[in-house]
Design a binder for this molecule. Structure first.
Ligand code: SME
Length: 171
């Protein structure tokens, strides 16, 4: 239960290790993908207190905002647009130390300074992205990339729903 989350001090890697196993315990046995994305966003926000963390899900030709924690965000992003749409197009994690230096960055908030976006790849197709924003420049590095990719992979592996022919998150 979320009330039972243990929030720790320590290095970034130690914090990720701690929250990873707690997220894994929360999502294991829960078949609903949106429930798991929601609790993952909440657990990560509680541990790291980032400015914004959430999911954009591929629906037809666009990314549509999914479960998130933080201020109101852009609802839809087209493929190739902004950091999220570029991540979708390039199918790889993008770390942006200074959002103003990223061509085409979409500023959902003027307070955001740096960002990391991780693709959710299922059977070689991007089905969504995990987006994290910080109010600090240079906030994200290879450690964030490693653990956020690990969290995304764990969520997909634990999600039997996604293997069903009726793909639950498409419109
Ligand atoms: N900055 C993102 C848009 C989403 S918000 O940051 C929540 C982008 O450039 O794709």
């Amino acid at each position: 239960m979320s009330e039972d989350l243990t929030i720790i001090q320590g290095t970034k890697a130690e914090q990720y290790e701690s929250i990873f196993s707690q997220i894994e315990a929360i999502v294991q046995g829960e078949p609903d993908f949106i429930a798991n994305l929601s609790n993952t966003a909440a657990a990560l926000k509680t541990q790291f207190n980032w400015f914004w963390i959430g999911w954009y899900l591929v629906k037809k030709e666009e990314l549509v905002v999914g479960p998130f924690q933080g201020p109101v965000a852009c609802s839809r992003i087209k493929k190739g647009k902004g950091v999220c749409g570029t991540c979708w197009q390039q199918r790889k994690t993008i770390v942006v130390p200074d959002v103003e230096a990223f061509p085409g960055h979409i500023a959902c908030s003027s307070l955001s300074r740096s960002e990391i976006v991780v693709p959710m790849l299922l059977h070689d197709e991007v089905i969504g992205v995990l987006d994290v924003d910080s109010e600090l420049y240079n906030h994200f590095d290879i450690t964030d990339q490693h653990y956020l990719e690990k969290i995304v992979n764990m969520l997909l592996v634990n999600q039997p729903d996604l293997l069903m022919p009726m793909f639950p998150i498409s419109e």
